[in-house]
Design a protein around this ligand. Sequence first.
Ligand SMILES: [Zn+2]
Ligand SMILES: [Zn+2]
Length: 370
Amino acid sequence: MKTRAAVLHSVGDPLVIEELELQPPKADEVLVRVHAAGVCRSDLQIMTGSTPHVLPAVLGHEGAGVVVECGSESANLRPGDRVIFNWAPACGQCFYCDLHRPALCSVTKDAIWAGVMQDGTPRMYLGKNPVYQYCALGCFSEYVVVAEAACVPLRANLKIPMPIAALIGCCVTTGVGAILNTARVPAGGNVVVYGAGGVGLSAILGARLVGAGLVLAVDPVRDRRTKAAEFGADWTLTGGDGDASIVRERTESRGADFVIEATGIPSVQEACLEAVRPGGTLVLAGLAPVGSNTSFPAARITRGEITIRGSYYGTSVPEDDFLRYARYYLEGKLPLDSMMTRQYRLEEVMQAYEDLEQGRLIRGVLLMNG
Ligand SMILES: [Zn+2]
Ligand SMILES: [Zn+2]
């Protein structure tokens, strides 16, 4: 069948809407009609080359849709199921899966990073040439074929809007999970969040959800600071040199119990260590450019017994966490509607990325198929 999709042909080029040939799903794969796809910064890192990826590729990894057709060995999904895409589907059997750390699965990641299905072959073609799927999803497309394991079905009682479902597939799970799963922030814990985009705002919502004490947000963009305050930050800071001392002032001279870094910018990662109190924890939740280095003062980490933790996909178990966050949304505990600042058609994808780069977006969502 045919599908229209946003294709990156070369680093630095704009995405081009192409009509691709989409092969049918094989054994444990499914064909999904995509309804919504989030405009995430990770896709931008592919466009700029700061994350290398095989090209041409269809970008998009934060999405939701409806299953149209199932492969012969698909056991868990049926046509008509509403699903959220999981960009880190796991094998369920390796060392890391046994540890209940599916985002670290060592079996599935090679194919995911090669932009192909788990059998090593692509499903999308432009003429005779393969087009790869970012995260083996490539959901900036009207239809995709993906691994069944990359789909988390929303049960009948979880009737959330498709754009919200899409956000749960990446930024919400990454940000809320950094608080709930990685940092395990206790009630009353003080939290500083660096970067108030989709991930950072989700972290602020997560901090409010667990009953954190003081919540501070740091972002140079005024609209994002306004949004951070709306989402529950007690104070917002601009990202200047004096921020760490302001954090100490607000926390009885100690510094924050938990700092969540959601930008992935090495200089910000370095600066935000200053805001962590002795014995506190810095969580690196933003994705730094591949090959970049961040420099930390080891003596301060040792003397201060500071913990630095990476958080990938919010240390989540998507099959559980996606549904939990959908339930929290329905219960009003995760007010995600105001995170979505603009909706676009697939053809407007480059406008969406320009808006993101210009700081005009918190989260944009592409809407496909009505
Ligand atoms: Zn993302
Ligand atoms: Zn595994």
